[in-house]
Each structure stands twice: as C-alpha cells, then as structure tokens.
Design a protein around this ligand. Structure first.
Ligand SMILES: [Zn+2]
Ligand SMILES: [Zn+2]
Length: 211
C-alpha cells in the first residue's frame, strides 16, 4: 500500500514523523510521503523545519525499514503562484485552499501549471474550498497542460475528489495519479480506500505517480 499525502506536527498535523512511520509499518504501507504545508501558512515548513523534519524522516525510515518521502504541499494563490522554502524536496504538491468562484479556481490552477514547478495537483476540485461548477473546456485545457508538464492528479480520500468524469478524462490523457489520505493524525494514515477504488475502476491507461 502507498500513501503520499500525510501531514505531521511540522505543520497542522497532530502526530510526529515517528508516530506516522510506526503506524505505516503496522499497516504494512511500504511507501509514504510526509507533505506538510509550506511557508504561506503561519505554522508551515520553513527551511529550518524542513531540515529538522528530514532528519526525523531518515531516522524513522531506517528504524521501520520504510520508504518515506519528504514532500511539501503549497497553496496556489490568487495569481497562480506557490511559495517554497529553499530546500530540496522529493516532490511538491500544489493545491487550492481558497477560491471565490470556479473561474477563480481554474485560473489559479492553469497559471500555476504554466509558471510553476511541481509534480502533483492536490485534491483537485474539492468542494470543501467552494468549488462548485465544472467548466468542460477548461478541464481540457488543464489536462493538456498537466500532460505537457507531466503533473500527476491526486486522488484524495479525505476530500473524495476528483470525480469520476474527470478521472476518466485524465485516464484518456494518460495523466499519472497519486494516492493520498491527507491524514492529519497517525490514525488517518493509510485511509486511502476511496482513492484505490477509484484508481482501480477508472485509471486503466494511467500509471501511478511514484516520486
Ligand atoms: Zn490541501
Ligand atoms: Zn493536505
């Protein structure tokens, strides 16, 4: 099993890297990624915290014999920009955490795809952040850009998105997909059943994203 979206107490998660790794080992998860929020968030992962977290990740990975990736989740701002600390991560997730309309949402994501370097689009179209209306022609534009930039779509079990229509389209574009629980506590690590079920059902040609 795999879970590539877990928050630790280095941002807004409740659990330590050690507790997360211990839980992953107990659940027989072979690879996991800790992706804490970036510096746009007041308790986010600055350069110093990223370095401290990496030490804990390496220690836990060897204690429990696991593959633990060091990632980060950046918010896409109103201009489509993301903020990163000066640090080398295994991969970067970019997600929208606020928007005023669907058009605002698409504009942020499209600009971000055009101008920023990242590997995974997190919880795309989550209605938790007031996304409400799909615009098909912008979906196509988005998928074309994702293919061009080789950006994976996250299938997120916490937000239960994207929907099946988008996944079917993503599969036809052979967009890679990433599996994530978006856990904020060690108890939620590995809760990716929804993601795996959708991937099995809809992702026939697409490959799984591995950092
Ligand atoms: Zn998020
Ligand atoms: Zn998250």
């Amino acid at each position: 099993m795999i879970d590539l979206h877990i928050h630790s107490n280095y941002s807004d998660g409740e659990s330590s890297v050690y507790e997360i790794a211990k839980r992953a080992k107990a659940l027989n998860i072979k690879s996991l990624a800790i992706v804490d929020h970036s510096i746009e968030y007041s308790r986010g992962l600055n350069e110093k915290k990223a370095a401290m977290r990496l030490k804990e990740i390496d220690a836990a990975a060897s204690t429990f014999d696991l593959k633990i990736y060091s990632g980060i989740e950046c918010s896409i701002d109103v201009d489509g920009k993301i903020l990163l600390p000066k640090f080398e991560f295994d991969f970067v997730v970019a997600s929208v955490h606020e928007c005023i309309s669907s058009l605002d949402f698409y504009t942020r994501v499209l600009k971000c795809l055009e101008n920023c370097e990242f590997q995974v689009l997190g919880h795309l179209f989550s209605d938790f952040f007031c996304f409400n209306e799909k615009i098909e022609e912008l979906d196509l534009k988005l998928l074309e850009l994702m293919r061009e930039k080789d950006v994976a779509v996250e299938i997120n079990s916490r937000h239960k998105c994207p929907d099946e229509n988008f996944l079917i389209m993503a599969d036809s574009f052979k967009i890679r997909y990433s599996i994530g629980s978006d856990a904020h506590s060690f108890l939620e690590v590995g809760k990716v059943g929804w993601s795996l079920e959708k991937a099995k059902r809809y992702m026939k040609q697409s490959k799984m994203f591995i950092p």
